[in-house]
Design a protein around this ligand. Sequence first.
Ligand code: GTP
Length: 338
Amino acid sequence: MNTASASVTSTLPLNLWQQFRLVAMRTIYFGVGVVIFVLAGIVAIEGQWLETGALVSVALAFILTGVVYRNELAPQWINFLFICALGTLVSVSMKTSGMMGVYWMYPVLAMVFFMFDRTIFVLVIMLIYALFAAVMYNFLPFDYAWRIALSMLVLIGVGAVFLIMMSYMQRNLSKLYATDPLTGFYRREYVADMMQRELDRAQRQQHPVSAMLLDLDSFKNVNDKFGYMFGDEVLRETASRIARVCRKNDVMVRYGGAEFLVVFPNTSVKEAAELTGQMLDNLRHEPFAVKSMMTTVTASAGVAQWRANQTWGQWLENADAAKDKAKSQGRNRLRIAQ
Ligand SMILES: Nc1nc2c(ncn2[C@@H]2O[C@H](COP(=O)(O)OP(=O)(O)OP(=O)(O)O)[C@@H](O)[C@H]2O)c(=O)[nH]1
């Protein structure tokens, strides 16, 4: 069953890593630009005009990119060009100044962690590492070269651990954002996203898809009689009894205080009604007990199958109207939207 503890789509608004990357990249474009300008000044004083021109061009390109892409991440190919330029500058520096060039390798390696998406990051870091290793092998004594190459590997390892931890953190945050803490179901804020996705999938695969709204009957009385804490336990247990009936791909949402929404992908309204019937039976036939307090609870539900050309909102309204009908006809029953 698809509770919020299962995978959460990347469309959730909270992507800390991307926000973090944006700030880091802005700092990198401006910071690197300024540092290269300073280096250009030093090289100019030494009278090396060709190198000065190259450094000033790279510095200007960095600063310009920082200005243009101050509010969004720059395309990957731009960053790739920058890494090629920096890789070349560092290699030339190592050829001309030996060990002095090595100091610049580490910041370049560190930048790669922020510059690229996960998909091509591994490729770029391997390429730049291979370049630096080859240049060191050619221009440094072997004793230095292998030690520095090893220390660069350690830096890459630490960076990789950092990236993996960020990705776990992001996943946990997304889960937290999407989950109702009491029931473990998706929160209501997730409904539009999820229903649109299921509707698109149904359209693509030409499969039926149905939705069910289930609301506990006179739940206010339960709270009034047994207290809010007991009410919470009833809600938790209700969610668990609903989940017991759901299948692997069904999506469960806590839609309101005592109201639950389930979307049944690849399911006709008839099948959805059967599943809902089992849920209502699970609620009405098993008393809810906490310590010495015990009560029975019933629920009313409405089921609707998505119809072609309906928006997700209209589809949900149909299920809601069917649920209201079940309430108005005496509660403790299921109604199917016509
Ligand atoms: N214990 C508990 N109660 C809640 C929570 N959220 C909402 N409620 C209560 O759930 C009740 C929902 O009541 P309604 O759905 O409006 O009405 P009802 O009493 O269930 O009656 P009908 O829906 O008309 O059958 C309210 O009394 C809310 O205070 C919660 O997280 N915990």
